[in-house]
Design a protein around this ligand. Sequence first.
Ligand code: ASP
Length: 325
Amino acid sequence: MPRPVLLIHGGAGDIPDSRVAGKFAGIKQALRSAWRDLNAGEGTALDAVEAAVRSMELDENFNAGYGSCLTTDGQVEMEASLMEGRELRAGCITLLRDVKHPITVARRLMEKQRHTFLGGQAAQDLALSTGSERLPPGALITEGARYTLKEFQEQVSQGKDPFYARTELTEVTPKTTDPSGETVGAVAMDSAGQIAVGTSTGGITGKWPGRIGDTPILGSGTYADNCRGGVSTTGHGETIMRYNLAQRILAAIEYGGLSAQAAADKECREMTKRLGGTGGAIVVGHSGDLGIAFTSQRMAWGYVRDGTIFYGIEGRVVHQEPFAE
Ligand code: ASP
């Protein structure tokens, strides 16, 4: 019987020191809220992924749900996707406003099995008709998100567009500024060997209204296939979707025979080398092995193994603490 696995991330990017402690707390909280049932065989991989992502959507330390980053006109437009690896069913949502849990809206869409991807008003209508509460306008906007937008706009007014991709493609050097980061994602395998993946985001600070990133796009932000593995990505969406990061990692596992770690390392590196933008991925291979890789300065991640939470945000540095506090 496969051993259950839950691996999560809290976003890739230039994460300042001041935000590291909050991210670690949020990662541990999300693992604690999702792991017990999965480990006891009482919840499925899908349940665990949804629970972990919901926990981070409520936490303003992450760019998803409450605390989502803002568009140029100061609004929150959220995106999420959820996929399961047996029948390859999925729900993808974009341009969603004023609901707390986009990942749950994605799950409701997946369960309806009629469409796979809904955006804007249609996503909104689905959310409200399947039990999501309509929040007052602005309820998801935090001081932190306002501040980050202001900083971003100051940079743009000085002629420094942080989204401008590097043009020299000869080495893997992350850009100096990466305003993305803090998107959340989870990959799980349950004791029945089912793999599920979910990713949820507010996108990137200062995006144009109507901009759609990689997060709700299957094969870019999210992919699950029991025969190969599951991947959730984060980072510069315009780069990740052009590279099809999640799908490439799974192809490296399937055709290259690489481990989840080697495939994640290789494809994140190759993406940044070719396109300039940075990003990261978490991967659970079909045999339950884990991969964690990023070309951004930092990416928050965590998982539970043998009663211990392992987590990190920088290089290969791994912290740990007992699961039971
Ligand atoms: N990938 C997300 C986007 O571009 C941002 C992130 O991962 O932080 O919308």
